[in-house]
Design a protein around this ligand. Structure first.
Ligand code: KG4
Ligand code: ZN
Length: 350
């Protein structure tokens, strides 16, 4: 029997994603982003995102089917992000998925956005090693997860740590804004940092002092770092000296990546886990990838990072997790599946 053909829908933030996979093979990954519409606000506006999802949904489904060379009638199951995310945005995806499941008479799987960020790696690097340690870093979340079973069975997905204030991507976005670099900040800072020095300015490493490690060994904090960058830039401007944008970007980026990698590897080592999977928009960061490889290698830990297009929000990741649900015989969701803006990571399938 051939592997299941699964269509996945993602609308938790500003990307309308529709992906189609067969088992662990990616057939289509259509994404329509409303990011341009949010630029002038310096961040995602939920109402604008919801409306954009509504307009993009049908054309994006059609584009995905065309790319995959399949018709909707060929699809064996529909998967959708049921949470966490922006409530109104999630609703659009969940409603579309229910309509498809009902209309086609196919099972529906409402899945967790964070677990999807982990499952997507299968599309690129083959079967996910379980258990693995997943670090998810994006504009909305920064978490360390112990993944025993990505579909949620048994110990399933257990949170080990998370940010206590800003998400890693949010820190990139805020620092880019204060440097006048635009939105989203991650890619521009990544680019600027290439011509700067990562040791030019000693920015703080949040929650790494001994007394913090007692309570927050695997947690992150980026708001102090953001404030430190703001103070440094202000002092520079007050003294009438030019702000060395590239050096600030490189030193800030180093502070974020240093803490992320340090804590992820500490978490993996503490659990005796030998595989680290990194996902989420910030996983596209070139320094994060390099630093993780370098330090993990010394500990005998393998690092898996999907290509940037699969790290940012997309429908393929939802389809990938949906296909895993089908393959492992999980019970489909009911058609009254709710969209849950604060769905906990321990709830992988609703
Ligand atoms: O996963 P994602 O597309 O959406 C959310 O779920 O948030 O992540 C978007 C975030 C933004 O904060 C963006 O600045 C950040 O990922 N990002 C990066 C890079 N590319 C995107 N951060 C650092 N370096 C990058 N190259
Ligand atoms: Zn995400």
């Amino acid at each position: 029997m051939s592997e299941p053909l699964v269509l996945g829908i993602e609308t938790s933030c500003d990307e309308t994603g529709v992906g189609i996979v067969r088992g662990t093979t990616l057939l289509a990954d259509a994404v329509a982003s409303s990011v341009e519409e949010h630029v002038r606000f310096g961040g995602v506006v939920p109402e604008v995102a919801s409306r954009a999802h509504l307009e993009a949904m049908v054309p994006t489904i059609e584009r995905a089917c065309e790319t995959a060379g399949v018709g909707l009638a060929d699809v064996d199951a529909i998967a959708v992000t049921s949470g966490p995310g922006l409530a109104g945005a999630l609703l659009v995806g969940v409603a579309a998925a229910k309509a498809l499941a009902l209309g086609l008479g196919k099972p529906l799987y409402g899945v967790n956005h964070l677990a999807s960020h982990v499952a997507v790696d299968q599309l690129e690097h083959g079967r996910l090693p379980e258990p693995c340690l997943a670090m998810l870093v994006s504009g909305g979340h920064s978490s360390l997860l112990r993944v025993e079973d990505v579909t949620g069975h048994g110990r399933g997905v257990e949170p080990m740590g998370a940010t206590i204030d800003d998400a890693a991507g949010e820190a990139f976005d805020k620092v880019a804004r204060l440097l006048g670099l635009g939105f989203p900040g991650g890619p521009v800072i990544d680019r600027e940092a290439r011509s700067g020095s990562s040791v030019a300015i000693a920015f703080p490493r949040g929650l790494t002092a001994r007394h913090d490690l007692e309570r927050h060994r695997f947690d992150f904090s980026f708001s102090g770092l953001k404030t430190a960058v703001a103070r440094w830039v202000e002092a520079r401007e007050r003294s009438g000296e030019p702000v060395p944008i590239a050096d600030v970007a490189a030193s800030f980026q180093e502070a974020v990546c240093d803490v992320l990698v340090r804590k992820a590897l500490d978490a993996a080592s503490s659990e005796g886990i030998e595989d680290l999977v990194i996902g989420g928009g910030v996983a596209a960061n070139s320094r994060l990838r390099a630093l993780a490889e370098e330090r993990a290698g010394k500990l005998g830990i393998r690092v898996r990072v999907p290509r940037p297009g699969l790290c940012t929000d997309n429908g393929a990741m939802v389809a990938a997790l949906g296909a895993e649900m089908v393959a492992r015989g999980r019970t489909p969701s009911s058609l009254d599946l709710p969209a849950d803006s604060s769905q906990p990571v321990t709830s992988v399938l609703v």
